[in-house]
Design a protein around this ligand. Structure first.
Ligand code: HEC
Length: 318
């Protein structure tokens, strides 16, 4: 009789685990398929390009083959002004499109139909390149954001748009996130504010549709440092970021964050070579109280890795 009871218990536990496994496995996957891309999701995938992080296309993870995000305050063709300025995502010929452009169903219902029918993303051709923007529209009475292929709709050519925007309005967001991954920033930083007390300082957690087509998401698992998801909303100073990346101790005396001065490369924005040895000895003198001011941090060159990293932090994470 005792054995009968064990059997019943074992079956009950099996059922319980089985049921909870079903919820764990089936629940999220069903949900994911119906995820509708939000503006954040579209902005992310358009600015990050096809894949970021580890891939056969970029085996050394240096951020090659990425689109360039540009900030436009006027239409590059008609000259009509945009107030506020908009973002355009420029794919020069040969740069691979983001997942939602190639696999439209990923965008979610509504976003997919508008992007195809009004935004003409089906006509985007990788060998000629394309320029995309995000527009707002209505689908079945609901407001959704969708992708517009401006090359097909308004005749914008990638080269033209880059030139019209001007160097100072280029943002190397896609390359920047790749550097976040290569440098292992995620050992310390999360991109996932959690429930309750986190909200007050780090802001709201992401929505499901914010991650459509993003790979990898780099949520992080172990937090030793502030969450970065909305960092640009609370700290948008390029000057602060420049000092902090060069040597965090310049702005946070007891910081445990490593210095990333090597991301500056050999020369500064004026092409002058950076003398790291002299910088260190000047800094040591400052730390030891032999000089009042720390040495000045060089301004990053346009094609430096740290410029791309800051573009990603300040443009994408809000
Ligand atoms: C060893 C852990 C560690 C690593 C690795 C690290 N950080 Fe940090 N980071 C910190 C800490 C701690 C802070 C809090 C401020 C301070 O102490 O400097 C911080 C602050 C920041 C801030 C400002 C956050 C805010 O709330 O204003 C940014 C932006 C940032 N880090 C970006 C990065 C990036 C990008 C990388 C990779 C290139 C990186 N960090 C790597 C520990 C780390």
């Amino acid at each position: 009789m005792g054995f009968q009871q064990y059997r019943f218990g074992a079956a009950a536990i099996g059922l319980m685990f089985g049921f909870s496994m079903c919820i764990t496995l089936l629940g999220p996957s069903n949900d994911f398929r119906s995820g509708v891309s939000t503006w954040v999701g579209l902005d992310k995938q358009l600015s990050l390009g096809r894949v970021i992080g580890f891939s056969y296309e970029d085996p050394l993870v240096i951020g090659d083959g990425k689109p360039v995000t540009v900030i436009l305050d006027k239409d590059p063709k008609t000259g009509a002004t945009y107030d506020p300025p908009i973002r355009a995502y420029v794919y020069e010929p040969g740069i691979k499109f983001s997942p939602g452009v190639n696999h439209n169903e990923l965008l979610g219902p509504g976003v997919m139909e508008l992007s195809l029918n009004t935004g003409k993303i089906g006509q985007a051709d990788m060998s000629n390149g394309a320029v995309f923007t995000i527009a707002q529209g209505e689908f079945n009475g609901e407001e959704v954001d969708y992708i517009v292929n401006q090359t097909a709709v308004s005749g914008w050519q990638p080269g033209q748009v880059l030139k019209a925007a001007g160097d100072e309005n280029h943002r190397y967001v896609g390359k920047g996130k790749t550097i976040f991954i290569t440098e292992g920033c995620w050992w310390c930083h999360t991109l996932l504010p959690e429930q309750t007390q986190d909200w007050q300082f780090f802001g709201a957690p992401p929505f499901l549709g914010d991650m459509n087509g993003e790979m990898p998401t780099a949520f992080g698992s172990d937090r030793k440092a502030p969450d970065l998801l909305h960092v640009a909303a609370r700290n948008s100073s390029r000057e602060w970021m420049t000092m902090h990346f060069f040597n965090p101790r310049l702005v946070q005396p007891n910081s445990i964050m490593p210095r990333f001065d090597y991301l500056w490369g050999k020369t500064d924005i004026n092409g002058k070579s950076i003398d790291y040895k002299k910088w260190r000895s000047d800094y040591t003198a400052y730390v030891n109280g032999q000089s009042i001011y720390p040495p000045e941090v060089p301004e990053p060159a346009r094609d430096s890795e740290v410029r791309a990293l800051m573009d990603w932090v300040l443009t994408s994470l809000r």
